[in-house]
Design a protein around this ligand. Structure first.
Ligand code: DSN
Length: 431
């Protein structure tokens, strides 16, 4: 039998070619998307494994199909590692993605019509926290909180007063574009005062939490959800952590409540990433991710950009473009930077007057560039390059900066062996 790359090329050279080109793109750009990362070769190897063929509805030792001995072993490893990495009493590693993990929590503890108090999308929340156009938004009464207009940080007076007024059954803390530390203890105090449960969605900061580069929600939240592919650097997917008291309700809410057969190849890759997350190298990288975000924030401020909340405590920063150039939208800045090989995403800033598709901000994150080995010096360089692109978006300047980006990323290779192997396969078939 051919190895999988040869098999892929032989069966489908078009898909092979697109994959090769995307790996080249990932190598050749400065990836500053805050929610992305580079999974390790071990994680990728586990993902491309024939356990994906196996049906295994149920949980280890309690499946609806025969032949589950080895997938049971893998799922047990993933569960035990998730519990150890996060110091949690119970872990469910089956959610296919973050939205599914959040929906499973809602279905474990709420009835349709119950009230949720959650962060507004426009203030850094996520749509799965009950945006009106989602299932959760349709099933539950959703009250949303935001940040303080002066400090642009969480407004606990507002959160407490909304909680007292609406008596939610569930309070959610967790954000897609909030650059500051989340004080989970303050959320728990409010939840206890009004008799609510607390869910922390730590999809963005999970790697930081494992490394203690951000406080853990485990002592405070009844439920913790996270994706596994952001700072955690694993496969696409998610997991749920909770106390033993909620274990059965959560497991039932995932299967059979909202999912069918688990993706066993993905669970194998989650097990690998959780093993990696408990290494010193990973934990050191999480602190470096935060240090890099600070260095980049400082340089961007020097370049004349205003940072929402004045800076960052975590892996991301939000740039308010209005102070730099009132006419420049997030959409246009994202487009110009991409031409220079710098990948970011436009993002609404709190109290944004522009619609989300235009937006007045950029969200910039350091997980990927840190994984490929970049440090503070490179962050300062990236800050200068971002300033240079947006100050002079002439095509020749963008071309010149593109060259500098390529020079820089070549010193921090990523997936170099995979690229070489795929090019060798391709060359072999093209002779
Ligand atoms: N799309 C993810 C992000 O970029 O934050 C959240 O789901």
């Amino acid at each position: 039998m051919l190895n999988w790359m040869e098999g892929l090329y032989e069966t489908d050279p078009e898909v092979f070619d697109a994959i090769l080109k995307d790996i080249e793109r990932q190598f050749n750009c400065l990836n500053l998307i805050a929610s992305e990362n580079y999974a390790s070769p071990a994680v990728l190897a586990a993902l491309a494994n024939p356990m994906q063929n196996k049906y295994a509805e149920g949980y280890p030792g309690r499946r609806y199909y025969g032949g589950c001995e080895f997938v049971d072993a893998v799922e047990r490893l993933a569960i035990e590692r998730a519990k150890a990495a996060f110091q949690a009493e119970h872990a469910n590693v089956q959610p296919h993605a973050g939205v599914q993990a959040n929906l499973a929590v809602y279905s474990a503890c709420l009835q349709p019509g119950d009230t949720i108090l959650s962060p507004a999308l426009a203030h850094g929340g996520h749509m799965s926290h009950g945006a009106p156009f989602t299932i959760a938004g349709k099933l539950f009464k959703v009250i949303q909180y935001g940040v303080n207009p002066q400090t642009e940080t969480l407004d606990f007076d507002q959160i407490a007063s909304l909680a007292r007024e609406h008596r939610p059954k569930l309070i959610i803390c967790g954000y897609s574009s909030y650059p500051r530390t989340v004080p989970f203890d303050q959320f728990r105090q409010i939840a206890d005062e009004v008799g609510a449960l607390l869910m922390a969605d730590i999809a963005h900061i999970a790697g930081l939490v494992v490394a203690h580069a951000h406080p853990s929600p485990i002592p405070y939240a009844h439920f913790v959800t996270t994706t596994t592919h952001k700072t955690l650097r694993g496969p696409r997917g998610a997991l749920i952590l909770c106390s033993s008291e909620w274990a059965q309700a959560i497991d039932r809410a995932v299967f059979p409540g909202s999912q069918g057969g688990p993706f066993m190849h993905s669970i194998a890759a989650k097990a690998v990433c959780l093993k990696e997350a408990m290494t010193e190298v990973f934990q050191r990288d999480q602190f470096q991710t935060v240090a890099n975000a600070r260095a980049l924030a400082d340089e961007l401020a020097r370049q004349g950009f205003r940072l929402v909340s004045g800076g960052t405590d975590n892996h991301l920063l939000l740039v308010d473009l209005r102070s730099f150039d009132p006419k420049l939208t997030g959409k246009e800045a994202e487009r110009l930077l991409e031409q220079a090989g710098i990948i970011v995403n436009k993002n609404a800033i709190p109290f944004d007057e522009r619609p989300p598709a235009q937006a007045s901000g950029l969200r910039i994150g350091t997980p990927s560039v840190t994984t490929r080995g970049m440090r503070e010096d490179e962050m300062r360089m990236i800050g200068r390059l971002i300033g240079a692109v947006l100050k002079d978006p002439d095509p020749s300047n963008l071309q010149r900066i593109r060259g500098q980006v390529v020079e820089m990323v070549q010193q921090f290779p990523v997936y170099a062996d995979l690229l070489e192997a795929m090019r060798t396969v391709q060359a072999g078939y093209q002779v």
